[in-house]
Design a protein around this ligand. Structure first.
Ligand code: G
Ligand code: G
Ligand code: MN
Length: 408
């Protein structure tokens, strides 16, 4: 029961008509770190308790099937009240009913962090409590001024987009585990432009797909050159929803990989959980086909989306990248350590490779190493760099970490 000491004390409620089950629920919430647990046996009582409070509740566990106002109606009411409480659905009902309730509640604007089957236990609730805290950590990424569409079109026509490469290293051997290709715009007047200024514009205007293929082409060429120099390096590329919708994408990538004289396992595709779950039919077909053909498949920015692990297990991922919000500065925050531990142990259960993003300092490296993460990426290791700098960087890096590699 070491986990509960890692979350800040929180205010909770259990809504459950069955006396015995309600007592169990209240007890389990306390073992998960709740400072106070309100108890309600039906929806109307729960509403009254919520309305009477000064400070908002953090987390509540909500039964669905109850006499009087049932859980569904209760959720509609808290949606209408725009209550910010995070809700965990608990039920003895079958999974399809839980899923329907979850969808309904979300459409009313209720924050649902997951569903569990009764009886409740710390093992079932704790991951969802951690999820509540993780979603409160995520703030939208910094906005940058968007470039005009016409200017981007010119840039594409002039061939100004190119990949920079950021190293990912194996945490045990310190050897290169691959590189991530990140798009940059070498603008003749403005200099080097970051993706935040043009990728959202490209996505919104149906321009991302073509540029993605240019990026893949250049990345594969780089990978081929590195291999010829004696460095077989896997390259990862980021894909948008538009690219995944195209179910012929795997065949096209296969032709490109073959033309570059490489095998499909030298290319990994990174998609965010949100992207993977959009237009699920087409995405799943494309993703499954990519894996079938032997490409690597990575969940990017893990922990920042809203998909449940159950949803993610439907996609045949080979790697999970833990978002930098959980990594950067994690050595100083117990809550981040707890989230890292939970994410890494899950990747091990699912037999996925874990990659920590945003390793900025030696302390970050140590904290992700402690929880057993396989691979690290971040400024502490190397910034995204032009292709011609990578091998030089790698020689320096191995020079500095030779002792680590040799002692393994
Ligand atoms: O490199 P940073 O370098 O600033 O990248 C910012 C964001 O842009 C990241 O979320 C990254 O995933 C995304 N990104 C970078 N390159 C590409 C790309 O080629 N395609 C897509 N779709 N996203 C990219
Ligand atoms: O979303 P995605 O994971 O694809 O994008 C990676 C983004 O994170 C890029 O913008 C990249 O430049 C940035 N990045 C990589 N390493 C670090 C790091 O150590 N710290 C910070 N703050 N950003 C990083
Ligand atoms: Mn990425």
């Amino acid at each position: 029961m070491a986990s509960n000491s890692n979350v800040p004390p929180f205010q909770a409620m259990i809504l459950e008509d069955h006396d015995f089950q309600r007592k169990i629920g209240a007890h389990v919430l306390k073992t998960c770190g709740a400072a106070e647990v309100l108890e309600a046996a039906n929806g109307s009582d729960a509403i009254a308790l919520l309305d009477a409070r000064q400070n908002p509740l953090d987390i509540m566990v909500c039964d669905l099937n109850m006499p009087g106002m049932d859980g569904l109606e209760f959720l509609r009411h808290i949606g209408l009240r725009q209550n910010s409480v995070s809700v965990i659905l608990a039920s003895g009902m079958e999974a399809s009913i839980l899923r329907a309730a979850e969808m309904m509640a979300r459409s009313y604007g209720v924050r649902i962090i997951g569903a569990v089957e009764k009886p409740l236990s710390e093992g079932k609730l704790m991951p969802l409590v951690l999820r509540h805290f993780s979603q409160h950590l995520v703030s939208p990424r910094k906005q940058v001024a968007a470039m005009p569409v016409a200017e981007i079109k010119n840039g594409i026509a002039r061939g100004e987009f190119e990949p920079f490469f950021q190293p990912k290293v194996d945490m045990h051997t310190c050897k290169l585990a691959g590189v991530e290709a990140l798009m940059r715009w070498r603008h003749p007047k403005a200099g080097m432009i970051q993706p935040g200024a043009f990728i959202p514009v490209m996505e919104a205007n149906g321009m991302i797909n073509d540029v993605t293929f240019v990026l893949v082409e250049k990345s594969l060429q780089a990978a081929r050159d590195w291999r010829d120099q004696g460095y077989p390096i896997t390259v990862a590329i980021n894909l948008s929803v538009d690219s995944l919708r195209d179910t012929t994408l795997p065949d096209r990538l296969m032709r490109m990989v073959t033309a570059a004289g490489l095998a499909p396992d030298s290319l990994t595709v990174e998609v965010t959980e949100t992207v993977a779950m959009t237009d699920l039919g087409h995405s799943l077909e494309t993703l499954a086909r990519l894996r079938m053909k032997g490409f690597g498949l990575s969940i990017d920015d893990y922990g920042t989306g809203f998909s449940s692990m159950q949803q993610l297990t439907r996609v045949p991922f080979s790697e999970l990248k833990i978002d930098q919000v959980f990594v950067t500065g994690s050595s100083k925050q117990d809550i981040l350590q707890a989230l890292l531990t939970a994410s890494v142990s899950m990747t091990k259960r699912l037999k996925l490779k874990s990659v920590a993003e945003g390793v900025e300092t030696e302390q970050d490296w140590q904290s992700v190493s402690r929880v057993g993460c396989d691979v690290a990426q971040g400024y502490f290791i190397g910034r995204p760099m032009p292709r011609d700098e990578l091998i030089g960087w790698y020689r320096d890096w191995m020079g500095a970490h030779n002792n680590v590699a040799a002692s393994e």
